[in-house]
Design a protein around this ligand. Structure first.
Ligand code: DHB
Length: 314
């Protein structure tokens, strides 16, 4: 039996609830077409800037036993290239999302106003949480700046708009951001971006694993999942139902997807595991999620979405 894995995402239909995180394997037209051919429920392009960027020096992405560390530095082809790609992705008949990460409020405004006129783009994910651009702090750790950026984005781009957030670790920070997001008339949030500025050491060579920023970079992989789940769960509690939530962080299996949906995620994205396994991962995860739902006698995602219970006190 095949379950119904579809998601109504702000009126867009995702045939499966998982797709790529903006980051790995979504920079070139060929990579985006491979996502189109895969079982991913949507196609999301690499965070774009006004102009093409080569990004930081290599080594800038390295897998290690506990996950991955990266400091890519926003290598991308510039927003105009992505605008030209979107029309070539329509044939895959799945929603097309563009991640936007301009280096200033005015860069983002130019990009968003241009994207607003694109006939084939379905949604924008405004990145407020890139940890890897030298000299640029993560916007979403500064609520005032984040609020201004979101207000500008809302004016510039009338379509389906969401923001990509970094992990928060304190209830007061969740509450501050939830207030801003609730008042901002956006359609979704994506959480979490990779916890920024981790450091992974190679004890043999006595060096850092990556070169940029003194070896500091965003961390992906299994250890990140508890924080992805906590951020989804907390924001689901604090935000109005009109704002949907995409969960990200440490997803490797169908069971991981199940856990995110149980915590309230509407859909999920996959970063490190997609980088390691390639576009075939979406077929494996679909099979695993489907089998798990059959085992649990669930036929659709609504049967268990946001149904997490607190374990009884003993
Ligand atoms: C990059 C990393 C991120 O976590 C992000 O959100 C955007 C860009 C990068 O280094 O390219």
């Amino acid at each position: 039996m095949i379950n119904d894995l579809s998601v109504d995402f702000s009126g867009l239909e995702l045939k499966t609830p998982f797709f790529n995180a903006s980051g790995p394997l979504c920079t070139t037209l060929e990579e985006l077409q491979a996502l189109g051919q895969s079982n991913a429920g949507a196609i999301l392009s690499k965070s774009c800037t006004l102009e093409l960027r080569d990004g930081n020096q290599s080594p800038r992405y390295v897998d290690f036993e506990g996950g991955s560390i990266n400091s890519m530095g926003l290598p991308n082809l510039g927003y105009k290239a992505y605008e030209s790609f979107f029309s070539q992705l329509v044939r895959f008949e799945k929603p097309i999302f563009c991640s936007v990460s301009g280096l200033s409020i005015s860069d983002n405004e130019i990009i968003l106003k241009s994207l607003a006129n694109h006939p084939h783009l379905n949604a924008v994910e405004l990145n407020l949480s890139c940890p890897n651009v030298i000299g640029k702090p993560q916007i979403a750790y500064d609520p005032e700046t984040a609020q201004k950026m979101i207000a500008m984005a809302r004016r510039a781009f009338p379509g389906i708009l969401g923001v990509k957030l970094p992990p928060y670790f304190d209830f007061s920070h969740f509450e501050t951001m939830a207030k801003i997001l609730s008042q901002s008339d956006i359609q979704f949030i994506t959480c979490i971006n990779s916890p920024g500025n981790g450091l992974v050491v190679d004890p043999v060579s006595e060096t850092t694993l990556i070169h940029p920023k003194g070896g500091f970079g965003g961390i992906g992989g299994k250890g990140v999942k508890p924080f992805g789940l906590s951020n989804v769960r907390k924001f689901r509690e604090l935000l109005p139902k009109s704002i949907q939530i995409i969960g990200v962080g440490g997803i490797f299996t169908g069971m991981d997807v199940f856990e995110y949906i149980l915590c309230g995620a509407d859909a999920v994205q996959i970063g490190t595991a997609f980088m390691q396994e390639g576009p075939e991962i979406y077929k494996r995860i679909e099979t695993e999620l489907n089998d798990l739902m059959i085992h649990k006698s669930y036929s659709k995602l609504e049967d268990f979405r946001n149904q997490l219970k607190i374990v009884e006190a003993k």
